[in-house]
Design a protein. Structure first.
Length: 268
DNA sequence: CTGACATCCTGACGGC
DNA sequence: TGCCGTCAGGATGTCA
């Protein structure tokens, strides 16, 4: 499932291939829940516009476009669980479950493909995301996010209006690396523990970006290429196996409605 | 307001 | 071999 590192990989890959190109035609599938903005509005805003930049904000891919009279707009792509944003030659057959196609001046197409349809497309005047950016938030601001919160730290990490970009994989991996049990009340962690968590979270996100993200489920980048960080998962997807650090059996529980794996030896 | 929980959707996988 | 049930999960909406 695409989280910050996967979305960053896709956004950068798409940017390299499409920036500066003009969108000549827009096709959408008509599946209602995929579109947060009306399809006609998406087509109207994007048709004829030039793609200036494609970047990541939280888990959302933001495509900035320039329109005729100097106006700008943002095309927002959320991949959900199984969404893919691919850049392909127009001659290549459309994959099943394609929900949007932007035909570009250079002859390529940007395609949004999403089997499970948890992904969402919309247009907006501007977009900042719901929460703070994990890679740049300062120490004090990070600590303040969790102050007074009674929910489990794992659930807090998944709450996009606090931090945006962290999902199930990187929540579990950062908590393991910080030695913190996912069920601990967020507001009861010490400042030192939270600072350690912030440091490990940034570390794991940056490392995963370097490896092109984690390929579990069917995540691929703009070229359809898989990432490699899944080979370095220490807890995610390893329930029942032994901890690489202490040898104890990794436990699987549910926190915040999500499958959670942790090491009872290493995480306190 | 905060937090817990169900819901959406379909492919993959395990059991028989 | 093939069928069926179960599971996966990000965001949203509902409810206490």
């Amino acid at each position: 499932m695409p989280e910050l590192p996967e979305v960053e990989t896709v956004a950068n890959g798409v940017h390299e291939r499409v920036h500066g190109q003009r969108i000549e035609r827009v096709w959408t599938s008509g599946k209602p829940q995929t579109f947060k903005s009306p399809e006609e509005e998406i087509a109207e805003v994007l048709t004829g516009a030039r793609i200036e930049r494609v970047r990541r904000v939280g888990k959302t891919i933001v495509m900035s476009v320039a329109r005729g009279s100097g106006e700008t707009a943002e095309f927002l792509i959320h991949l959900g669980m199984t969404g893919r944003l691919l850049v392909s030659a127009a001659e290549v057959a459309l994959p099943p479950h394609t929900h949007a196609v932007l035909s570009l001046s250079g002859g390529n197409e940007v395609r949004f493909v999403d089997a499970r349809r948890f992904g969402r497309l919309s247009v907006a005047a501007a977009y900042d995301g719901p929460g703070a950016e994990p890679l740049t938030i300062g120490e004090d601001a990070f600590v303040a996010l969790f102050r007074g919160r009674k929910l489990a730290i794992k659930a807090a990490l998944l709450n996009q209006s606090l931090l945006h970009g962290v999902g199930n994989i990187y929540a579990d991996e950062s908590l393991f690396r910080a030695g913190i049990r996912p069920t601990r009340q967020a507001g009861r962690l010490t400042r030192a523990e939270l600072l350690r968590l912030r440091e490990r979270l940034v570390e794991v996100l940056r490392h995963a970006i370097k490896l092109g993200g984690s390929s579990v489920s069917d995540y691929v980048d703009a070229d359809g290429v898989r990432g490699f960080f899944q080979l370095e998962h220490k807890v995610y997807g390893r329930a029942g196996e032994n901890c690489h650090d202490c040898g104890k059996g990794l436990k699987k529980i549910v926190v915040g409605g999500r499958t959670t794996v942790y090491c009872p030896g290493c995480q306190r």
